[in-house]
Design a protein around this ligand. Structure first.
Ligand code: FES
Length: 296
């Protein structure tokens, strides 16, 4: 495969359909086809495999290339326009060469007021790049990101979607400097290292690297409510929670029945459209579907 010179062109001039039209070499294409077949076999409809296949393309090309769009279209019997429509909708699909590490600074409300805005300004200035731009050495793509459901550790920074909690401008500058220099960095939670963008993209395509359950998942701040509940003698067992939820459902159901008017027709049967029917000859499912990653 010919390497894409990710940084000889001004940023943002490459789009999926303009970039890298050169065909894949034989070996790369054979590997892609083999991986794609494995992914497609997990779904009753081929087209459902589009999201993981786009990640697969990024694991090879580093972004969604024109040839990657074509490959997905061919594999899934879609048009290139349909593939591009999806690839340009989600922010995790990159439309120009991505750095080895996507560093995301959460500037959503809570992180912003806790210091995220200052982190953003400091790191952006330090790296000399703005949102969705990549450093000239191809190492870091900087992004403003929305809430990552880690508000209890605000302000939060992510490197290739690994958490760095309770950050400061200084700690984040240190993080990006270490990543650029190839030094080991250790996320606050999860695995003990940060994988590259291409490696992570392969995981998102549905090929686990075995790191998903490494390290601490929920930190002390996330568990504080549970600790307080236990301290107060509340039954926090899953049986108790399920019973409580079930009770709530019953009450809501009775209330809804009471409120229904006789003119309301009962809903019967499936609301599926023919478009939701499985492909005529679905492949046997041999794998657990990949966890979808989209934040949108
Ligand atoms: S606002 Fe930053 S993680 Fe929620």
């Amino acid at each position: 495969m010919t390497d894409i010179d990710a940084h000889s062109d001004p940023l943002h001039q490459l789009t999926p359909l303009q970039a890298s039209d050169e065909p894949y070499d034989e070996q790369t294409l054979a590997d892609l086809r083999e991986d794609a077949a494995e992914v497609i076999a997990r779904y009753p409809q081929k087209r459902s495999a589009l999201l993981p296949l786009l990640h697969l393309i990024q694991s090879v090309d580093g972004f969604v290339t024109g040839r990657g769009v074509r490959f997905c279209a061919e594999q899934l019997d879609l048009s290139e326009a349909e593939v591009s429509g999806v690839a340009t909708f989600y922010t995790q699909y990159k439309r120009h060469p991505n750095g080895d590490y996507t560093v995301g600074v959460c500037t959503n409300t809570l992180c912003a007021v806790m210091g995220g805005d200052l982190i953003w300004e400091t790191v952006s200035q330090h790296l000399g790049v703005e949102h969705d731009e990549t450093t000239p050495d191809g190492k870091i793509t900087l992004e403003r990101i929305e809430c990552n459901a880690a508000c209890d550790f605000a302000p939060v920074v992510m490197a290739n979607w690994e958490f760095f909690d309770n950050q400061t401008p200084e700690s984040t500058v240190r993080l990006v400097d270490d990543l650029r220099a190839g030094r080991d960095v250790r996320p606050t939670r999860g695995p003990g290292r940060v994988c590259t963008f291409k490696q992570v993209s392969r995981v998102l395509a549905g090929f686990p690297d075995g790191l998903a359950d490494e390290g601490v998942g929920a930190g002390a701040a996330s568990l504080e409510g549970l600790r307080l509940a236990k301290e107060a003698g509340v039954d926090t067992s899953s049986d108790a929670s399920a019973a409580e939820a079930s009770q709530g459902d019953t009450e809501r159901s009775v209330a809804a029945d009471d409120a229904a008017t006789p003119a309301t027709p009962p809903v019967t049967g499936s609301t599926d459209t023919p478009a939701n029917a499985p492909d005529a000859d679905p492949q046997p499912q041999s794998h657990t579907p990949a966890k979808e990653d989209e934040q949108s």
